[in-house]
Design a protein around this ligand. Sequence first.
Ligand SMILES: Nc1ncnc2c1ncn2[C@@H]1O[C@H](COP(=O)(O)OP(=O)(O)OP(=O)(O)O)[C@@H](O)[C@H]1O
Length: 335
Amino acid sequence: MGVEIRVDGLTKSFGRQVIWEDVTLTLPAGEISVLLGPSGTGKSVFLKTLVGLLKPDRGHCWIGDRDMPHLREHDLYETRKLFGVLFQDGALFGSMNLFDNIAFPLREHTKKSESAVKKIVMEKMEMVGLLGAERKLPGEISGGMRKRAGLARALVLDPEIILCDEPDSGLDPVRTAYLNQLIVDLNAETHATVLIVTHDINTARTVPDNIGLLFRRELVMFGPREMLLSSDEPVVRQFLNARKVGPIGMSEEKDVSELEAEARMGHDPGVLPPIPPQLMTGDGRLRTTQRAPGEWLRANGIVPPPGSFVDEAGRNWLEEWPRYVAERTPVGGGR
Ligand SMILES: Nc1ncnc2c1ncn2[C@@H]1O[C@H](COP(=O)(O)OP(=O)(O)OP(=O)(O)O)[C@@H](O)[C@H]1O
C-alpha cells in the first residue's frame, strides 16, 4: 500500500534564485497526482527534493515519520528505496543493455540471486512491453522505448512511491495514451502513491486524482482534479485549458501592460470546457482510491459545464457510475 507524503513549508533556492517558497501539500496515499507549471518553475527540482537528491533551504517532507531533508545519510539511503523515479530522459546507463539497466537497482540494493533478478526484470519488461529488447543498448532504441525501460527500472524494487518526470515528453499521442494507461493500471495494482510532472494537458485533465500548479515561485493550488478543472483562478484556468489569454506569457509571466492590453481587447477567459471522465483501468477494474465522477463538484455545490463526464463513446459517467460500481469490487492491495 502506498504511503502519504506530507510537504510542509518547503522552500528551495539556488544562490539568490528562489525556485519556490513555502510549498505545502499532501500527496494522499495510493492516489495519482499531477504537478504542472510553466517551464522553469521548478517541477523537476521539486521531485528531486522529495526524493532527497536536493536539500531544501527549509521545510519538511514527511514520508510516514521520516522527514527526508533531515535524515542522516544512512536513513536517507534506506528511505529512498521506497521511491521509484522515472527521470526525464530515462536516465539509463548508455553502456549497459536494457536488461542490465533494469536489473541495476536489484543488484545494487538487494542480495537476490541472479535467477530471482532475471525473473523480476523479465516481469517488469513484459509489463512495459519491452520483452525481446533485453540485449539492446539505450542508444539503439526509440525515445518511447527508453521511457518504458526507465519506468521498468523505476518499478523493480516495487516502490511505494512513483515519481515520473515528464513521462510523455517526446512521445507521440498514441504512445502517451499507452503510457498513461500503464501508470493508471500500475497504480491500481500496487497502490503506489504517484506524482507525475507533465506538460501534457490531456494527461493532466484525465489521469490524476489531484492536480497542483506551480507559478511565480509558489504552489498556486493543489487539490482534487475536479477542483482545478472547474477553478476560476486565472492561472489555473489558463494553464489547464492551454490558452494564451491569462497571466502566463511567453517568458513566464506577462507584465501589467500586456494584461491591460488583453483587458482592453475584451479578451475574456471564455467558458469552461466540459470536464472529461477520469481515465480508468484498462480492464475496467475499480481503483480503491477512485472517486465517483462529479463527487467533489456536488459536495461543493458546483454545476459542471454541459457535456462533462461524457466519454468518447457517448457514455455519461454521472449516470453510468452507480451500476459500474455495483458490478465491481476494488482491485489491488498488492503488498
Ligand atoms: N542544480 C542546480 N543548480 C542551479 N540551478 C538549478 C539546478 N537545478 C535546477 N536549477 C534551476 O532551477 C530552475 C527550475 O528548474 P527545473 O528543471 O526544476 O524546472 P521545470 O519546471 O522542471 O522546467 P521544465 O518544465 O522546462 O522541465 C531553473 O531555473 C534551473 O536552471
